[in-house]
Design a protein around this ligand. Structure first.
Ligand code: ZN
Length: 101
């Protein structure tokens, strides 16, 4: 994969790994593969990534809607997607229905 361009996108939402995995706050990195013409956004800290697409805006939109802070449904989906991408089995500690034990 020949990557021509790589930039940290500081005006995009922080990766949700700072909430789910308690890592330091990390802005996503946008990469552009000149060979294939595909864009991808990912987190250098945890490896969470968007779908790759030749449409830059759709990649950015994917990131935005995948990393909304303070939304339980988004968080659950983020965890499911992260587990699928990374082959892990982490669970959401903060959204347990048996809260208050
Ligand atoms: Zn991350």
């Amino acid at each position: 994969m020949l990557i021509e361009n790589e930039e940290v996108v500081t005006d995009a939402p922080l990766c949700l790994c700072n909430v789910v995995l308690n890592t330091e706050k990390t802005s996503p990195t946008l990469i552009y593969d000149k060979k294939t013409g595909y864009y991808l956004m990912y987190c250098k800290k945890c490896g969470f990534k968007t779908n790759s697409s030749q449409n830059k805006q759709s990649v950015i939109t994917d990131w935005f809607y995948s990393n909304i802070q303070g939304n339980a449904h988004i968080k659950t989906r983020w965890i499911q997607r992260y587990n699928k991408q990374q082959g892990t089995a982490i669970t959401s500690g903060g959204t347990s229905p048996s809260k208050g034990e």
